[in-house]
Ligand binder design. Sequence first.
Ligand SMILES: Cc1ncc(COP(=O)(O)O)c(C=O)c1O
Length: 306
Amino acid sequence: MPIPPQPAVAQFDGGCVFIDGAYAPLSEAKISLFDWGFTRSDATYDVASVWNGAFFRLDAHMERFFASLQSLRLQIPYTRDELRLILHGCVRAGGLKEAYVAMVCTRGVPPRGARDPRLAQNRFYAYALPYVWIAPRDKQLSGIDLFISERQRIGPESVDPRVKNYHWIDLVQSMFDAYERGHDTSCVVDAHGHVTEGPGFNVFVVRGGVVHTADRGVLEGVSRRTAIELCQRLGILLRIAPVPAADVRSADEVFLTSTGGGVLPIAKIDGQPVRQFPGPITARLHDAYWAMREEPAYRDPVDYQD
Ligand SMILES: Cc1ncc(COP(=O)(O)O)c(C=O)c1O
C-alpha cells in the first residue's frame, strides 16, 4: 500500500498517530469497539524509542514485530522499509527528540455476525508520544521497590510470551497487588515459582558477580538482549536460566530492562533493601546501555529538517 510523503516537522506537535493510512493528531487515535484487538486481545505490537533524536535498534524492534505478526497470522500492508518511514514520520510530525514509538496490528472487525477471524481485515496503527519511563524519575533515584506477586504469567503453552501481546490482566492485577502493599511495581512468576517479567520489563539479578535472567516464559526484550550483549562485551559472567523468586530476594543486585528506561536498578524487593543499590555491575551496564545508544551501528537518526 502506498504511504504518504513524510509529514511536516512538528505538524502534530507533541505526538502523532498513523491511522487509516495517514498521519493525524493523537485525538484521532481511535479504534472500533468491534475490533478483535479490543474484544479478544487479538493483536500484537512493538514499542521502540527515540533518544537524543535517534531510534535505538529499530531493526530489532521491527524484526520482532514482523515475527509476532507471522506467529499470530496477522498481516500489515507495508514492507519493512515502509514501516520504518511511517515510524520516522510519526516522530517527525510529533516534533519529538525523545519518544515512545508504537506499532500495532489488530485483527480488525469481522463482517457482522461472522466469528471467523480469517474474514477480518487486519488494521495497522502507529504512534509517537513523548518518551515514557517505566518508573518516574524521582522514584528511580530514591529507589524502586519491586513486589514479587504470586500471580502466574499466562503460560507460554497458551500465549507465546515472545510474541508481544496485550494479555496483561495478570500483569495489571500484580500491579494492584504491589500498590495495595505499598510497593512501586511488580513482577509475576511461572508455574514453578520462577520470576518471569513485569508490566513492561524483564528482570535481572546479580549473585556472586554473575548476572542471571530468565530463559523462558518471557518476552525477549530488546533491552534484555542489549544487556545480555553488553555482559558479553564487558566480560561479565551471565547465566540465562530460570530464576527462583528466592534468588531475587537474596540477590546482591537487581535490575530491570525496558525500552522505557534501559537498565534500571531496583532498591528493594518486597520492601526489603537489596544488598547493593545501585550495584556496581548494574551501574556499569546502565552506563554501557546509554553509551551504546549513541553508537552509529544502533542509531537511526530522525530527519527533523523540512
Ligand atoms: C511483558 C514485557 N516484558 C518485557 C518487556 C521489555 O521489552 P523491551 O526491552 O523490548 O522494551 C516489555 C516491553 O514492553 C513487556 O511488555
